[in-house]
Design a protein around this ligand. Structure first.
Ligand SMILES: NC(=O)c1ccc[n+]([C@@H]2O[C@H](COP(=O)([O-])OP(=O)(O)OC[C@H]3O[C@@H](n4cnc5c(N)ncnc54)[C@H](O)[C@@H]3O)[C@@H](O)[C@H]2O)c1
Length: 356
């Protein structure tokens, strides 16, 4: 059976991938030091998810290491030299706002550590497939210049615009826009992942994701919009909608559907691939629409207030066009529509509440 090395294996994306491959009998080496708790506080801890993986899968082995620790990561790769088939790099500092408070930490975690992981892969297991969870923030706020029309519950793209039907594809410029420091560190890593494919011939892919979510998302105000909103709804806590009258649109993909896309790429890899990946139009909702979804699931109104000041560089409307990925991997499809995504996030919020 193949071996996968997964960074951020206790987090939302990493744990979905770890469970997927462990279930199929792969050996899974997970790297995660619960840095998410240090970034965002105890409510963001992913220790429970790590414990669940270790309890369920004898073929899951956890390494409590920091991806910035070059000696520890180098030793891990050396220990498994030639024996890793797939690297999924999902550890990150994931918040725009947090990045501004500690630019060097953000860059070291998101960019420098990615370079080191690529170099370790090239040195110790160059035949491995390398998957990077990138973000639509590599495009900065370029999408905010698109022509929008205001509807009752959401901003919409002018129906005549080429992106309107299927969303934004990879042709959007990554230049001359406001990225946030997080967007910059992720773009640095994204370009490096592409380059290890193009220059060195490694089989690498950047999945530029919209909003990823699922039952294992330890959502907090600074990261994980739908999970945080649902936690507020379930725990009867006030929820603050930040900017754009709550009409900003996000597309939401379940982490399990993303993990399935990673597997499709692993089975027929390319060098230096780049894909926009998200819930697409079918998985899109505005924040107002998400509040309505949460209210339906909990059966009671939420305590919502509105802050008029949008987050710096926040997207007004983002729907990922996943057409490029679908053309290359036609066997892949969504298993979760928006209702199923919301139910999964709701179930996760209820489980987190009873674990408190
Ligand atoms: N969740 C989203 O909406 C979203 C959207 C676009 C892109 N992404 C990207 O997907 C990836 C995974 O995101 P996620 O939502 O699973 O985040 P997450 O915070 O749930 O998971 C990341 C995990 O990495 C761990 N980690 C962070 N820094 C580490 C370090 N220095 N050493 C070891 N472990 C460390 C954390 O403890 C956490 O468990 C990230 O690269 C993120 O930028 C996420």
């Amino acid at each position: 059976m193949p071996t996968a090395l997964i960074t951020g294996s206790s987090g939302l994306v990493g744990s979905a991938a770890a469970a997927r491959f462990a279930r199929q009998g792969w050996a899974v080496l997970g790297v995660d030091n619960d840095q998410r708790q240090r970034f965002f506080g105890p409510a963001a801890s992913t220790l429970g998810t790590r414990a669940a993986l270790e309890a369920e899968f004898a073929n899951y082995r956890h390494y409590d290491a920091d991806i910035r620790d070059e000696a520890a990561i180098g030793a891990l790769f050396a220990e498994h030299a030639g024996g890793v088939d797939l690297v999924i790099h999902a550890a990150a500092q994931p918040s725009h706002d947090w990045a501004a408070s500690a630019p060097f930490v953000d860059f070291q975690v998101n960019a420098t550590a990615t370079l080191h992981l690529l170099e370790m892969t090239r040195r110790h297991c160059p035949a491995a497939v390398f998957v990077y969870t990138s973000t639509n923030k590599v495009y900065g706020d370029a999408s905010n210049a698109l022509p929008f029309v205001e509807r009752d519950t959401r901003w919409e793209l002018d129906p005549a615009h080429p992106y309107a039907a299927r969303g934004i594809d990879e042709s959007l410029t990554v230049d001359r826009s406001l990225h946030s420091l997080f967007g910059c560190s992720k773009l640095s890593a994204d370009v490096m992942v592409q380059e290890y494919g193009r220059y060195f011939g490694l089989r690498t892919a950047c999945f530029r994701c919209g909003c990823i979510t699922g039952g294992n998302h330890a959502g907090v105000a600074l990261h994980g919009f739908l999970a945080h909103l649902m936690r507020c709804a379930v725990n009867r806590q006030p929820y603050v909608v930040i900017g754009y009258q709550g009409k900003q649109v996000r597309d939401n993909i379940h982490a399990d559907d993303l993990a399935a896309a990673f597997e499709a790429f692993y089975r027929a890899p390319r060098a230096g691939a780049v894909y926009n990946m998200g819930g697409g139009r079918q998985g899109s909702c505005s924040v107002r629409e998400a509040v309505a979804l949460a209210e339906r699931l909990t059966g009671r109104p939420m305590d919502v207030s509105y802050d008029d000041h949008a987050r710096k560089g926040d997207h007004i409307w983002w729907i990922s066009d996943v057409g490029a990925f679908r053309r290359d991997y036609p066997e892949w499809d969504y298993r979760y529509d928006l209702a199923a995504v919301a139910e999964s996030v709701h179930a996760g919020a209820v489980a987190a509440q009873s674990a408190r």
